[in-house]
Ligand binder design. Structure first.
Ligand SMILES: Nc1ncnc2c1ncn2[C@@H]1O[C@H](COP(=O)(O)OP(=O)(O)OP(=O)(O)O)[C@@H](O)[C@H]1O
Ligand SMILES: [Mg+2]
Length: 244
């Protein structure tokens, strides 16, 4: 078992953003996490990587309990996550941004640079290496966010809407990149609203609604599950009527 999260609850004041969620991930899997806006997906990710300490519940990474470990300890143990809003250093070059991740395993500048260059090749950013991050558009930014995490050499990567905001052809290219990352040996948990991405990449899907896992199973079955359709449609109907 690579990751095990048991009965994780995260409360903000009296509000339970995540409510008793459990997840186990085996090495080599690609697991999808779907659910409407505000369902608690990003908050759950935060609890898995040490950015938030769960109010209750426990998390293990390869058998080590990491429930209360720092984000740095999580990264060292091999779990990395992309941020829904890319966390780039705007004034640094693209190479330097990726080196920030590479320093985790390569404390010397030369080795960190080489490792970062390798990641830039894999992610198709080599030609832009010396440009400042602020020059990047959405697709480049999404790639850089993936590259920064990849440079920490994770065993398990959590992608939080890493393909959101891309055009259909950019989505196709990004799917190829995610496949390449997976075949290089990285286990993946993917939060994504684009069903095509979930259906084409994942082996298994969990559905979040109001902080709870309401369904799980094979991607094609889950997207046809009435409870899942209800969770999505309920929200979009409400939004259309201006009540959300
Ligand atoms: N730091 C916080 N303090 C208070 N409430 C928070 C905090 N972080 C998240 N929430 C709330 O928790 C709920 C879950 O938010 P979260 O961002 O985890 O949802 P999500 O499933 O990732 O949604 P989306 O698909 O829109 O990204 C929301 O109601 C959000 O407003
Ligand atoms: Mg989110």
């Amino acid at each position: 078992m690579l990751l095990k999260a048991e009965d994780v609850t995260m409360s903000f004041g009296g509000f339970r953003a995540v409510s008793g969620a459990s997840l186990t991930v085996t090495r080599g899997e690609v697991v999808g996490l779907i659910g409407p806006n505000g369902a608690g997906k990003s908050t759950f990710f935060n609890c898995l990587v040490g950015d938030l300490k769960p109010t209750s519940g426990r998390v293990w990474l390869e058998g080590h309990e990491v429930t209360n470990a720092s984000p740095e300890e999580h990264a060292k143990l091999g779990i990395g996550r992309t941020f829904q809003l890319p966390a780039t250093f705007e004034e640094l070059t693209i190479l330097e941004n990726v080196m920030v991740g590479a320093f985790l395993r390569h404390p010397h500048v030369r080795q960190a640079r080489e490792a970062a260059q390798h990641v830039l090749e894999l992610t198709g950013l080599s030609d832009l290496a010396d440009q400042k991050a602020k020059m990047l558009g959405t697709p480049g930014r999404k790639r850089l966010e993936i590259a920064r995490v990849l440079a920490t050499e994770p065993k398990l990567m959590l992608l939080d809407e890493a393909l959101a905001g891309l055009t259909p052809s950019e989505v196709q290219k990004a799917i190829e990149l995610v496949r390449k990352i997976h075949s290089s040996g990285v286990t993946l948990v993917i939060v994504e609203h684009i069903m095509e991405v979930i259906l084409s990449l994942t082996d298994r899907v969990l559905v979040f609604n109001q902080g709870k896992v309401i369904a799980s199973g094979a991607p094609a079955d889950v997207v046809n599950d009435p409870a899942v359709i209800e969770a999505y449609l309920g929200r979009s109907h409400a939004r259309r009527q201006g009540t959300h």
